[in-house]
Design a protein around this ligand. Structure first.
Ligand code: UAG
Ligand code: ATP
Ligand code: API
Ligand code: MG
Length: 494
């Protein structure tokens, strides 16, 4: 694509476009570390640095055109716009050929359950015979090929590039997690969502959004973004909403499209679950679809996973997949790595690795486990550094109130002092509760499993699928499943 064509797609420029010798654009990027000759560099005002400072580096590396929102002095032509983040989204969409318009895109937002629901949706469309794509916390996946990811929702160019690769690989449906932070930063601007799913709304990320109202506003943007009532495939767009959550009711007002509602408690839900029975290895419930009742036996455990199944069912249903087929897929769904992942042992002690890293997530995990635990529930838990500090004491209170033995430990301390994080965690323990504090996560897991007796369950919360621990700026290999398995093996030998 020629630079002049691409620049033409930018609707508003704040200064006249200078004359420049046209060239074929090889890359649009906001990162000087990626630049190659034939690149357009877009200067973004970041959270840690201002991209405008890197213009000289961009030019030295071969950038032939700069897009900026603040005055820069340089030898190559500069296009000035009001907001470079928005310009980046417009350029990325155009450069990669508007890939989101060529596929069914299902966006999932909410505090908890996004990774789980996107995996369920992926399974639904795969079993329906489609080539699928998945974008989220764990990876970007095209067909069966996995690519690493730095964020739950990638930056706008990585996202557009990934969607383009998906189109080229004949992907017809992509399920993607849409984080609140991505919505606020405009990482999904220009994405043509066909279906938007809302899971739930509870506390997280207050370091970033400051108030729950701002956090809710961020989430509402996905439903506002559904925009037109018909998708590029001519099918009506739909929002799939959990109306047991008050925020789901509210978000209905933020979208112009049809809404499919789901829930367990709210009798007005179009898709509803009833008579939920939870076991260690699965859940039984009745599914009521517009008044028609079906019985399901699923492999996923817990009431919150019933909500996740309803959300995924909704996304499949609005795409026209039959109820019978959706039920068959969801009954076969094996669960997601690190989400209530059960590790049993001959010692009679079981461990469960779970990614609960919010107060609500932790409460749900512990409530679920308490429902089926034959004896005591142990909990090994910490909180991530450089993240929402106000959730730390709340998670501690939930841990001690809903477990028989608690070991507070480190999650990903990142650049914070692990002891200072733990001080903030244990400050939330109400008077009268006993707990242990073992900063080293490996030692905490080993001690908890060592102390547990046959019939006890040890929940290891917070890191789920993560195979690393970030201490300072360094990522060390660390895997809760591996650690729990090793500790259980030692226990078996005793
Ligand atoms: C606070 C935050 O959200 N930061 C995100 C943001 O970085 P930033 O804009 O602050 O970038 P910056 O480092 O200040 O750099 C500014 C500009 O200079 C450029 N630069 C910088 C250095 C250089 O040498 N050359 C250069 O050109 C950068 O490419 C950038 O364009 O934009 C980047 C690209 O989109 C993100 O990767 C980055 O996420 C960081 C890694 C992060 O930790 N984000 C978390 C808070 C986050 O986004 N989490 C959500 C939710 C998680 C969940 O609940 O699952 C997520 O979606 O992941
Ligand atoms: N519907 C739900 N309601 C409440 N808690 C849930 C729900 N689904 C999952 N959880 C809990 O939250 C944890 C994380 O689940 P999941 O990874 O699916 O969420 P996520 O929204 O993708 O999280 P992230 O914000 O990190 O991307 C699970 O391990 C489980 O403990
Ligand atoms: N993706 C989320 C979850 C973090 C999980 C937890 N292990 C932590 O490091 O805080 C985040 O970045 O906020
Ligand atoms: Mg996720």
């Amino acid at each position: 694509m020629l630079a002049s064509q691409l620049i033409n797609t930018l609707r508003f420029k704040t200064r006249p476009v200078p004359d420049f010798a046209d060239f074929t654009v090889n890359l649009v990027t906001q990162d000087t570390r990626e630049i190659e000759p034939g690149s357009i560099f877009v200067a973004i005002k970041g959270f840690s640095v201002d991209g405008h400072k890197f213009v000289p580096t961009a030019v030295a590396n071969g950038a032939q055109l700069i897009v900026a929102q603040e005055p820069v002095t340089t030898t190559v032509p500069v296009i000035y716009v009001n907001d470079t983040r928005r310009a980046l989204a417009e350029l990325g969409d155009a450069f990669y050929g508007r890939p989101s318009h060529q596929m069914q895109v299902v966006g999932v937002t909410g505090t908890n359950g996004k990774t789980t629901v996107t995996h369920m949706i992926d399974a639904i469309f795969r079993h329906h015979g489609e080539q699928t794509g998945l974008i989220g916390t764990m990876y970007r996946r095209i067909g069966q090929k996995k690519f690493p990811t730095a964020n739950t929702t990638p930056d706008v160019l990585t996202l557009q590039k990934t969607l383009k690769q998906m189109v080229d690989s004949h992907v017809t449906t992509v399920a993607m997690e849409v984080s609140s932070i991505a919505l606020i930063q405009g990482r999904v601007w220009g994405i043509d969502f066909d279906t938007a799913v809302f899971t739930n709304f509870t506390q997280d990320h207050l370091d970033y959004h400051k108030t729950m109202a701002e956090y809710a506003h961020a989430k509402s943007l996905l439903f506002a973004q559904l925009g037109n009532t018909y998708g590029s495939n001519g099918r009506p767009k739909v929002a799939v909403m959990n109306i047991d959550d008050p925020m789901g009711e509210k978000f209905q007002a933020d979208t112009a499209v049809e809404v499919l509602t789901y829930g367990i408690k709210n009798h007005r839900a179009m898709v509803r679950a009833q008579n939920v029975k939870i076991h260690e290895r699965g859940t039984d419930f009745d599914l009521i679809v517009f008044g028609e009742k079906h019985h399901l036996t699923v492999k996923t455990v817990g009431l919150f996973n019933v909500y996740n199944l309803l959300a995924a069912f909704g996304a499949g249903y609005v795409a026209g997949i039959s109820t019978a087929e959706l039920i068959a897929t969801l009954e076969a769904f094996p669960g997601v790595k690190g989400r209530l992942q059960l590790i049993t042992s001959a010692s009679g002690v079981s461990a469960i690795v779970d990614y609960s890293h919010t107060p609500d997530g932790l409460l749900n995990a512990l409530t679920t486990i308490n429902d089926f635990a034959p004896r005591d529930v142990y909990c090994v838990i910490g909180c991530g550094g450089d993240r929402d500090r106000s959730k730390r004491p709340k998670m501690a209170k939930i841990a001690v109130e809903n477990s028989d033995h608690v070991f507070f430990t480190s999650d990903n301390p990142r650049t914070e002092d692990p002891e200072a994080i733990l001080d903030e965690v244990v400050a939330g323990v109400p008077a009268g509760y006993h707990y242990d504090r073992i900063t080293d996560r490996r030692a905490a897991i080993q001690t908890a499993i060592h102390q547990a007796q046959a019939g006890d369950i040890v929940l290891i919360a917070g890191k789920g699928h993560e195979d690393y621990q970030i201490i300072g700026k360094t990522k060390h290999h660390f895997d809760d499943v591996e650690e729990a398995t090793k500790a259980l093996e030692i226990k078996e030998k005793k």
